[in-house]
Design a protein around this ligand. Structure first.
Ligand code: 9Z3
Length: 348
């Protein structure tokens, strides 16, 4: 790529017309941009603490993707749903960290709708956040759903028995049926390393792969090597800290890791005035197929799906009690994914 840019640029430069100089500068700019991003990404991964169990995770992923589809799952669609916020540790033996807000509800609910629509789901989630098939359970299911029986065994409380039975049944069916693989992360380092491994295992699925990137990912981080090893001491006075920018992995995901996958990212803002403009920028800059724009306070009621062909507003059906915006949202994206797969077969 770099060579091509240089060749075109250098062959145009001698023309010395105004036009060729402009092209020359644009191409040089593009070349520099992609080279710098590549360097930033390499330096991020090199400086990250090695991911524990990466070989085990790769094995699990390969087994999951190949299960019931010996031809590397070409017929079956697989979606990677990311969910929850990443943490940014401030100390290597971490006592303090910066967090990104996300309860994990969007990711967990969407996972259930994707499975219903016939997808296999890789659920990459932040430890401790909402889980699929648990939305009807109380906050502390173990302590609130069970009671000690007379014979000193324990039983499900009558009031929660339907929710517990339904949750266990659906979760078991999804996992045993090879439709759900759950992988937990905590830090930004774990999240991005796992996303890269997942992308490389999904590459062979080509257009049948989808990314649904609902996790709230930190934009800033402290490089592992420049991070304090021990707990930062407050006796030293106010804390000055320089955070590096996390390189935007969305563009490498799209162009290098899984170039054929259908990619949906999310844009969260608290100021509605800039939301759609930012989502549009993300669509173009990272070459996403769709960007789901949502505002923090109304995110459970409505979202806007921003695409190259215009914006689509998606709302929760208020007339149905318990309805969720993820239901029509996933339906819309599944249809878009179908069109994307069909387009490839038409152009063959
Ligand atoms: C989202 O926008 C999600 O929809 C929410 C879901 C995190 C708001 P909950 O988990 O909330 O149901 O409580 N996720 C993406 C947020 C994000 O970090 N996006 C980046 C950005 O906006 C782009 S990758 O810059």
């Amino acid at each position: 790529m770099r060579l091509v840019f240089s060749l075109i640029a250098y062959s145009l430069a001698p023309l010395a017309s105004h036009f060729s100089i402009v092209i020359f500068l644009i191409l040089r700019g593009l070349e520099m941009d992609s080279a710098t991003l590549q360097e930033e990404i390499e330096s991020f991964f090199e400086s990250a603490p090695p991911l524990k169990d990466s070989a085990k995770i790769t094995d699990k992923l390969n087994q999951f993707i190949q299960f019931d589809s010996p031809s590397l799952g070409k017929g079956r669609r697989v979606v990677c749903v990311t969910s929850g916020g990443t943490t940014v540790p401030l100390e290597q033996r971490c006592v303090r960290y910066i967090d990104n807000f996300s309860s994990g509800h969007r990711g967990a609910a969407s996972t259930e709708y994707f499975i219903k629509a016939g997808y296999k789901v890789i659920f990459l989630y932040r430890r401790g956040t909402c889980q699929p098939y648990c939305s009807s359970l109380p906050e502390d299911p173990l302590l609130e759903c069970f009671e000690v029986a007379d014979d000193s065994g324990f039983q499900v409380r009558q009031s929660h028995s339907e929710a517990v039975k339904g949750g266990i049944r659906n979760h078991h069916a999804a996992v045993a049926g090879g439709l759900l693989l759950k992988l937990p992360f905590t830090t930004i380092f774990e999240y991005l390393q796992m996303l890269r491994i997942i992308a490389s295992s999904m590459r062979s699925l080509e257009r049948h792969a989808m990314f649904y990137l609902a996790a709230a990912v930190s934009d800033f981080y402290v490089p592992w090597k420049s991070m304090a090893e021990h707990k930062i001491q407050s006796a030293s006075g106010p804390l000055n800290m320089r955070l590096m920018q996390v390189p935007k992995m969305l563009s490498v995901l799209r162009t290098n890791w899984t170039p054929m996958a259908f990619c949906v990212s999310f844009k969260l803002e608290t100021d509605t005035k800039i939301l759609l403009e930012k989502a549009n920028m993300a669509l173009k800059k990272y070459k996403m197929h769709s960007v789901v724009a949502n505002e923090l306070l109304t995110r459970k009621e409505e979202v806007t799906v921003v695409t190259g062909n215009g914006n689509i507003s998606v709302r929760r059906d208020k007339t149905r009690p318990g309805s969720e915006v993820e239901d029509p949202l996933v339906e819309l994206l599944v249809n878009k994914h179908s069109t994307y797969i069909k387009d490839a077969s038409l152009s063959k």
